[in-house]
Design a protein around this ligand. Structure first.
Ligand code: TXA
Ligand code: MG
Length: 326
């Protein structure tokens, strides 16, 4: 892959206040790279309409440039200028925006999102985030903002400004620090391209809630007859340095332990995603706890079984990718 090397530059820490929002929007409009908080994870933001600015994202993340990016907008009206929402897409937007849902739809004839951000596809991925700071920056920028998760490619997604800096300090212009993110896993991605809505990535909106709105089961991308069209479906992704062992009853000698629900026993190097067995709390802790266990230097992280409903589907999806052979 022919990519420019990320240029070294000082990374400013911006506060989540009016001057911080103004500075972030000005940097974005000037083609800069700014890590922004959203309710899911921190996004590495750039002007989606500028191929040069978007190229900066790929360089900073060292991300394969065939991966299309999500464009973020402040409201439904501005999203509808970029993409063509059919009846299902519109119902989903009305039910879940602002919020952790991304819709992949045909690009509108007036779409201003650059070819590079769309990876040359005739479709565009749109999201209206619920975070008030993200919303304020999007309004001030006045254009679609591309933002993949603010981590280096293949690493664990960043859920705090400190996580962003651990991966990207010196590679981006600024990070806007609004504290830890609330949802903790990325948005659910649904493609509405040809009538039957397809689940491209489980995420912050549970599948059951989406199926309730569209009144039928979602087709899963990758099911027979459907090629996986979302490169985010790559098997190995979200990887810590340690190996990950799933559905464990308990840690073996020397393993770190990521628990869920009441743990009868205490282990060394262990964290519990949610001692009460609350899947929302578990999602919010997932990436941060994987980082912390990775930092213990243990070579394997054993992970307790997580239920496969509600947000558990997104949590298990990320864990399976973290555990996939690399
Ligand atoms: O919660 C989130 O979604 C975060 C925050 C920052 O908004 N963003 C995020 O973006 O996770 P990213 O770039 O890491 O994930 C984008 C996913 C990728 O899996 C990509 O392949 C898929 O969206 N995608 C984007 N455009 C697409 C398109 N036109 N067709 C199919 N998949 C698309
Ligand atoms: Mg990511």
């Amino acid at each position: 892959m022919n990519q420019p090397l990320p240029a070294s530059r000082p990374t400013k820490l911006l506060a989540a206040d009016a001057p911080g929002i103004t500075d972030a929007a000005a940097l974005l409009c000037a083609g800069g790279l700014v890590a922004l908080p959203t309710e899911t994870v921190y996004g590495l933001a750039a002007d989606a309409t500028s191929g040069a600015a978007v190229a900066g994202i790929y360089a900073a993340k060292e991300r394969p440039s065939f991966n299309p990016l999500i464009s973020h907008l402040p409201d439904l009206a501005s999203a509808r200028r970029q993409g063509l929402l059919d009846a299902n897409a519109l119902a989903l937007a009305q039910a879940f925006w602002p919020g952790p849902l991304t819709l992949v739809v045909p690009a509108s004839p007036d779409c201003t999102v650059s070819d590079l951000a769309r990876a040359g596809l005739p479709s565009v991925a749109l999201r209206v985030p619920a975070h008030p700071i993200a919303h304020a920056v999007l309004e001030a920028a006045g254009r679609p903002i591309a933002a993949p998760s603010a981590n280096r490619s293949g690493r664990i997604s960043a859920t705090s400004a400190a996580h962003v800096l651990a991966d990207l300090d010196g590679r981006i212009d600024a990070v806007l620090d609004a504290g830890p993110t609330e949802v903790g896993v990325e948005s659910t991605i649904v493609a509405c391209l040809d009538g039957a809505p397809r689940l491209l990535r489980p995420g912050g909106v549970p599948r059951e809630a989406i199926e309730h709105v569209i009144g039928r089961p979602l087709v899963i991308a990758g099911d027979a007859g459907h090629a996986p069209i979302s490169p985010g479906m790559l098997a190995s992704h979200y990887a810590p340095a340690a190996r990950v062992r799933l559905d464990a009853e308990a840690p073996d000698d020397g393993e770190a332990w990521l628990g869920f629900g009441p743990d009868a026993q205490e282990y060394p190097a262990s964290l519990n995603l949610s001692p009460n067995g609350d899947l929302r709390e578990a999602a919010a802790h997932l990436f941060g706890y994987m980082r912390r266990l990775d930092e213990t230097g243990r070579t394997t992280i054993a992970v307790a079984r997580i239920p496969e409903y509600g947000l558990g589907e997104a949590i298990n999806d990320r864990l399976r990718r973290a555990a996939a052979p690399r």
